[in-house]
Design a protein around this ligand. Structure first.
Ligand SMILES: NC(=O)c1ccc[n+]([C@@H]2O[C@H](COP(=O)([O-])OP(=O)(O)OC[C@H]3O[C@@H](n4cnc5c(N)ncnc54)[C@H](OP(=O)(O)O)[C@@H]3O)[C@@H](O)[C@H]2O)c1
Length: 258
């Protein structure tokens, strides 16, 4: 018989890795996973930011580990996995949240350097971290991988072609890896956020015209806060979603509904 529903959302005894866990959405997700019982490891390039998340988790009575690594450098992937395995022995949940900001300009003005800078983190680094972690998950009977995509992986984002391509690519990886790895007990899903007040969208928030566009285009007439994505991610990380794989949960205040 299935466990009671509140137990199925528990992450007690699980180990979660959150890339980009030092600020913004990643920090909120790390805190949410820890509050649900998981030991968390946060990955990023800025140790001081990672330390803030670790301190917040510790203050809640949780367990957290900071792993300084640059996803754009494939040499660093092994370092992430080794650090988490030495501290926790296993990886049950991987949240691929880290992403590079992308140029906001007409597609024909994008340079090869700008394209590569986005893809190196958002797709290449994320892909190779995921395949490395999946190898571990296979040995422990499975796990849950959650890709943070975007509404820009669902619908068009004029002047955001590179970002859209990276997020659309991650959406397709979500489907493909879910099918490849279902037999190993590894589930792969995505959460596609609408506009959130974080550092990534700082310039947009400060631009009166663009801020107004976001507010009026979103049926709920507001920006999201990072905490509003915790529910979807905890659900996908936990046994509450045990029959769900290859899917994207869009959390966007209604943006893609019209
Ligand atoms: N904010 C929004 O409106 C919005 C909307 C839809 C989707 N999203 C997605 O949500 C996720 C989080 O966004 P956010 O708004 O919280 O962004 P953010 O404030 O810019 O945070 C991005 C995080 O990723 C880390 N990161 C970036 N490049 C990295 C690299 N090469 N290696 C390791 N870590 C790296 C950053 O840490 P360091 O710089 O210290 O490495 C930072 O912690 C992203 O995938 C984003 O695309 C955001």
């Amino acid at each position: 018989m299935d466990e009671p529903i509140d137990c199925r959302f528990s992450l007690k005894g699980k180990v979660a890795v959150v890339t980009g866990g030092g600020r913004g959405l990643g920090q909120a997700l790390a805190l949410g996973l820890a509050a649900s019982g998981a030991a968390v490891a946060v990955v990023g390039r800025t140790p001081s930011a990672l330390d803030v998340t670790v301190e917040k988790v510790s203050a809640m009575g949780g367990r957290a580990l900071a792993v300084r690594a640059d996803l754009a450098d494939l040499q660093e992937i092994e370092k992430i996995v080794t650090a988490v395995l030495s501290a926790n022995g296993r990886i049950d949940v991987l949240v691929n949240n880290a992403a590079a900001g992308a140029p906001f300009k007409p597609a024909e003005e994008v340079t090869p350097e700008e394209w590569d800078a986005v893809m190196r983190t958002n797709l290449r680094g994320t892909f190779f971290l995921t395949t490395r972690v999946a190898r571990e998950m296979k040995t422990t009977g499975g796990g849950s991988i959650i890709n943070i995509t975007s509404i820009m992986g669902e619908v068009a984002g004029p002047k955001a072609s590179v970002y859209c391509a990276s997020k659309g690519g991650l959406r397709q990886l979500t489907r493909t890896l879910a099918v490849e790895w279902a037999r190993y007990g590894i589930r792969v899903n995505a959460v596609a956020p609408g506009y959130i007040r974080t550092e990534l969208t700082g310039e947009l928030q400060d631009n009166l015209e663009l801020n107004e566009y976001v507010m009026t285009r979103t049926p709920m007439r507001r920006w999201a806060t990072p905490g509003e994505f915790v529910g979807a991610v905890v659900y996908l990380a936990s046994d509450a979603s045990s029959f769900q794989t290859g899917q994207t949960i869009v959390v966007d205040g209604g943006w893609t509904a019209w």
